[in-house]
Structures are given as structure tokens and as C-alpha cells.
Design a protein around this ligand. Structure first.
Ligand code: CA
Length: 618
């Protein structure tokens, strides 16, 4: 196109837009950009603008076809169904919005080339240790963004439920610390905009699904964080919410359709009873309340049975995976949306990223209930979730009990044994994410009654049992907090993350002796775990606890690890002849925690209330 011709066309468009500016214009289009080379050629754009439905959209770009234009009951929305053929080249194109022949607005849409780096989107597995952190509470890397004009809530560190100023820069500044600690993946609580008037720090009331909250940084900052983390061998797991959005979302006051949200005559809260989703005897009343009730007054329940809501959520997920180069997703409140939708959501992710992993927050207390949600083909009602990973809540509950009780016929470490004995329910128990604690419950050290011996037993267990371990920020330095005091107390600021902090966890400055002990212990355990394939992927064989000692093995054809958890208040001399089948072929061992060498496997003496992890030697 010649320069003069281009100039004239641009001038005409500009004038046309100016004439119509007050009447009709495009405020936003979601997703704001897309990629060529996706396996699914379809794309649905959600256009928002005053009376935009009075216009006719027009697209002219090689390979891109505008197949259908859909009007909602609200004239301020249009949905455009596009197909992007496989040979389409990346580039920008204009979407013109016309009235008759007159162009009333234009939007430049960007099609980028899909990132085909085979290292990306590889998911997570037993070789990983996940570190959960809450970005507002981890480290304040930039105090200039603590308060941002136009955002409703200001930072106030004195209030446990206000924003404290932590941000993306705070995370990227401390990747060295995390790498050194020995974790391999970061699960970061939601970073997307939460423009709510209070309690916006936790991130679960999202008000813009395509934008990082400016108090955390920008979309570009998030992308750079993923790149920087990858350089250090750290994976990033994004926290997502398909069930609800914050009532501060722009569409809240201008819903695309009446059924965009699940609506009730008056505010109706969910009953939080995830059990009804798999219960063959559940009443419809309980089901409706569970799935269609709102999670909170500030969290509107999205109706994924509206096909445009469903497509919006699915594309939003794929957009972030592709845009950031994510390794995994943690999906919030997994049993709260319609389960058929969640299965479709999972299938669509796996269609684009076959090796990807999603861990669902299925917060239910029994292995049978959790197993229903971990992808399997044997649910009696025929439901198949396609969900690759779930959190092992039942094992977390067993862990809370085990080391706080003396062992007995049905007490103490038998809780661990009994829970793991139910692994037959799971399609693949190795896909469970096992954890000490998270941002919704008492901190691990508090649950261990602030007894460092119990802390060590619990950490040793989580790092050696089958599954993918996850710890919670600050656990490594014995942070405490009880949920009954309020959520702010289990989400305290990480020491050293703010200027002037007396204790600095990043340098261990100001640590108590026990904190330093816990930190070094965790670091040693995690860094050893990176090197041992048996503990990452090996089979799990356990023995019924005896004399207060729970013994189990992780083993492959080539290596084996023996774990002895002495839950008694006495030193125990353990006769190893009972374990001879698992010890066959090994003549000695090495203690991972003390580095002691054992030149025979007749007896092992385990100190009171202590773990022993032995790498067996042939
Ligand atoms: Ca900040």
C-alpha cells in the first residue's frame, strides 16, 4: 500500500471514529490477543462497548474468517466467532465496527506466533517440590506500587486483612533463596486484578481476568517472572478461579446476559458441601445450593452453563498458559462449578498442552471423595474429570493427627498407614499433591504444637511419601498461625520481605536456633530429594507401624530409600529382619539427615520422636 493511500484511509477512519466517538466505541475485546498455530482453530471474541450490537463487525485478514456474530440481550456486547486456519501468518489486523458503510470504531487485534519451545508447558510431577506463596505477603520489591490511583483498597500493614504491599518484584528478587532452599515449583496465589474495597490481598475476587493487579505489577512483569524462574529451574503454577469472580468486575453492573451469573431471588451462599457432586443420594436442593450458591457476597457465582461464560473461562486459561509459558495450574474450589464444565475445561487444556498438569482444590476429607475427581474411568455414575492432579487433603488430616498422638492399635502413625492403604481408590496415587499446610488452614508448625521434633517427622514424611510434595511459605522457618484467629494470621508477612524487618529469612539473620535448625533441615531434605529418583518416582511399600515406628520404602529396580518414623518418646532399636524383602540386595546405607554410614542392615537405632531416612547401598 502506498504511503499516500494509507494516509488517506487512516484519515478517513480517524474522522469517522471521531464523529461517532460519543455514541459507540469498543471499550475492550477479550481475549486481547491470540496465537496462530493453535490446535483448536476457533476463537470467540467478547466485545464490550456502548451499543456495540448496533454495529456490524468486519475483518479482512488472510486465514481469519469471521464465521458468526452473536448478539446478547444486552446491546453493549457482541460475540464474534472466528476461525484461524493453520496457515495463517502472525500479524495485526483491524476489526472494523460499521454502521452501514460508516466505520464507527476499529480495534487492532494482534495474532502472535505460538511458542513451540518443547521445554514449555511440561507440567509437574514427583520430581518437584511445590512452594506455595501469597504474593501480597511474601516480599515487597517495589513500594512505589503499594498504592495505585484508581484502586479501591490501600496498603495497611497494621491490618492483617489489608494489603501489605508484596508484589511480583518481591518474588523475582528472591528466586535465589527459593532455588537454594531446594523447591522446584512455585504455586503463587492469584496475581490478577482484585479491585475490591476490602480484603483484596488474597486475590480470589478477580475483577479482570486478563490483567495482573497493578499493585503486584504488570502482565509483562508476570511473564518476566516466569522466564527468570525457568532460568533457575523453577516452574510456575498459576492459581486460577473458574467458579466465581469479584463483584467489582466491570460486567457486574452491565451483565452480558441475565444468566451470566447464577442468580437467586436473594443472596444465597453455597453450602460448601462438595460431597454432593459425587453423592448418588444427594437432593437437588443441596446440589443447587452447592453449585449455584455464591462463595461469598463479594464473589459472584459464574454460570458456566451459559456457553459464552464457558468459552470465556476456557480461552482465558489457554491465554495465560500461552502468554506466560506456564508449567501448571492450581484450580481453586474445584467441586463448586458444574462438573461437566470442569471436564470440558480440562479436555480443552490437554488438547492444546498434552503434558500439562492441573491440580484441583478438592477439599474433601475421604480418599473415596477425592478419588472421584482425579481422572479415572471407573466412577459408577460415568463421570470422568480429566483432572490430572488433586491435593491429598485426607493425608494432610492424617498428618495433623499422627505425630500428636502416641502410637496405638488405632492411633498415631496408623492414621498415615490407613489413609495410604486406601490408595486403591485412586487411578494413580503418584498424581496426588501431598502437603503440610496451605493458605486456608492452621500453619504446620502450629499443628505440630510448636514441637520441632514433630515438625521434622512431618517434613520427612511429606518429602518421602508417594506423590508431589507442597509446602507453604515460611514453613521452613517455623512460622505459626491459627486459622481461628483469622485468615490474616496464617498469611503473615514473610520476615525480611519488608525494609526494616528485624528477622530476615532470606539471609537467616535474626533467626532463633530452632528456626535455623528447621531451615537447614528443610534445605538438606529438599536438595537431597532432587537427587534421588526412588523418592521421586519409586514404588511405595509400607509396613504396619509397630512399637511406635512406621517404616516404608520408596524403590525402583536400581535404588531404594528406607524411611523410619519413630513416633514414640523412646529411642527404638529396630530389628530390620521384618523388612528383608525390601532390603534384599542391599548391604548397607547412608542416613540422609545425619550422613551416618551403616555397614550392615541388621538393626537401626532411631532416636525418640525422630525420622531416619536411609539411602540403601548395594
Ligand atoms: Ca509493593
Amino acid at each position: 500500500m502506498s504511503g499516500v493511500r494509507f494516509f488517506i484511509i487512516a484519515l478517513v477512519i480517524t474522522l469517522a471514529i471521531q464523529v461517532q466517538a460519543k455514541k459507540t466505541r469498543v471499550d475492550r475485546i477479550d481475549p486481547p490477543g491470540w496465537w496462530t498455530g493453535m490446535r483448536n482453530p476457533d476463537l470467540q471474541l467478547m466485545v464490550y462497548g456502548k451499543d456495540i450490537a448496533e454495529t456490524t463487525p468486519d475483518i479482512s485478514y488472510n486465514g481469519v474468517t469471521l464465521k458468526k456474530v452473536i448478539k446478547m440481550e444486552n446491546p453493549n456486547y457482541l460475540f464474534l466467532n472466528l476461525t484461524i486456519s493453520p496457515e495463517t501468518k502472525p500479524g495485526n489486523f483491524e476489526i472494523y465496527f460499521k454502521k452501514g458503510k460508516k466505520i464507527v470504531d476499529a480495534y487492532t487485534y494482534v495474532l502472535s506466533s505460538r511458542n513451540k519451545d518443547p521445554e514449555l508447558h511440561q507440567g509437574f510431577d514427583g520430581s518437584d517440590v511445590i512452594y506455595l506463596l501469597m504474593p501480597d505477603r511474601f516480599a515487597n520489591g517495589d513500594n512505589e506500587n503499594d498504592d495505585v490511583k484508581g484502586m479501591l483498597e490501600e496498603a495497611n500493614r497494621k491490618n492483617s486483612l489489608s494489603r501489605h504491599g508484596g508484589d511480583i518484584k518481591g518474588i523475582s528478587d528472591h528466586l535465589d533463596y527459593l532455588e537454594n532452599l531446594g523447591v522446584t515449583a512455585l504455586w503463587i496465589n492469584p496475581l490478577l486484578e482484585n479491585n475490591m474495597s476490602e480484603q483484596s490481598y488474597h486475590g480470589y475476587a478477580i475483577t479482570d481476568c486478563y490483567k495482573v493487579d497493578p499493585r503486584f505489577g504488570t502482565n509483562e512483569d508476570y511473564k518476566q517472572l516466569v522466564k527468570d524462574a525457568h532460568k533457575k529451574g523453577l516452574k510456575i503454577i498459576m492459581d486460577m478461579v473458574a467458579n466465581h469472580c469479584g463483584t467489582g468486575y466491570y460486567w457486574n453492573d452491565d451483565l452480558p446476559a441475565k444468566d451470566w451469573y447464577n442468580q437467586w431471588p436473594e443472596f444465597t451462599r453455597t453450602n460448601y458441601r462438595g460431597i454432593v457432586q459425587s453423592d448418588p443420594n444427594a437432593s437437588n436442593a443441596d446440589y443447587d445450593k452447592m453449585v449455584k450458591g455464591w462463595f461469598d457476597v463479594t464473589m459472584a457465582d459464574l454460570n458456566q452453563h451459559n456457553p459464552y461464560v464457558a468459552e470465556f473461562i476456557i480461552q482465558n486459561t489457554i491465554w495465560w498458559i500461552e502468554y506466560l509459558g506456564l508449567d501448571g495450574i492450581r484450580q481453586d474450589t474445584y467441586p463448586y462449578p458444574y462438573k461437566d464444565f470442569m471436564a470440558t475445561w480440562m479436555q480443552r487444556i490437554l488438547e492444546e498442552y498434552p503434558d500439562f498438569n492441573v491440580v484441583g482444590e478438592v477439599w474433601l476429607n475421604y480418599p473415596s471423595l477425592v478419588a472421584y475427581w482425579l481422572d479415572n474411568e471407573s466412577n459408577n455414575d460415568g463421570y470422568r474429570s480429566y483432572l490430572t492432579n488433586v491435593f491429598d487433603f485426607p493425608l494432610m488430616y492424617a498428618l495433623n493427627k499422627a505425630f500428636n498422638e502416641e502410637d496405638g492399635w488405632d492411633r498415631g502413625t496408623l492414621a498415615l498407614y490407613e489413609t495410604l492403604a486406601q490408595d486403591f481408590l485412586y487411578s494413580n496415587p503418584m498424581n496426588l499433591v501431598v502437603f503440610t499446610d496451605n493458605h486456608d488452614g492452621d500453619r504446620f508448625y502450629t499443628k505440630m504444637q510448636e514441637d520441632i521434633r514433630k515438625f521434622k517427622l512431618g517434613m520427612a514424611f511429606i518429602m518421602t511419601v508417594r506423590g508431589i510434595p507442597q509446602i507453604y511459605y515460611g514453613g521452613e522457618l517455623l512460622m505459626t498461625g491459627s486459622e481461628h484467629e483469622g485468615h490474616g494470621y496464617i498469611r503473615k508477612d514473610f520476615p525480611g520481605g519488608w525494609p526494616g524487618d528485624k528477622v530476615n529469612a532470606f539471609t537467616q539473620e535474626g533467626f532463633s536456633g530452632e528456626q535455623l535448625d528447621a531451615f537447614n533441615y528443610t534445605r538438606r531434605l529438599l536438595n537431597w530429594r532432587k537427587t534421588n529418583e526412588a523418592v521421586q518416582f519409586g514404588e511405595f511399600t509400607h509396613y504396619i507401624p509397630e512399637s511406635g515406628v512406621y517404616v516404608y520404602f520408596r524403590h525402583t529396580d536400581d535404588e531404594a530409600v528406607m524411611v523410619l518414623l519413630n513416633n514414640s518418646e523412646k529411642e527404638q532399636k529396630v530389628d530390620l529382619s521384618r523388612y528383608s524383602i525390601n532390603l534384599k540386595g542391599y548391604k548397607g546405607g547412608k542416613s540422609v539427615l545425619t550422613r551416618a554410614i551403616f555397614d550392615n542392615l541388621d538393626y537401626l537405632t532411631v532416636p525418640a520422636k525422630s525420622p531416619m531416612i536411609v539411602e540403601l547401598v548395594k
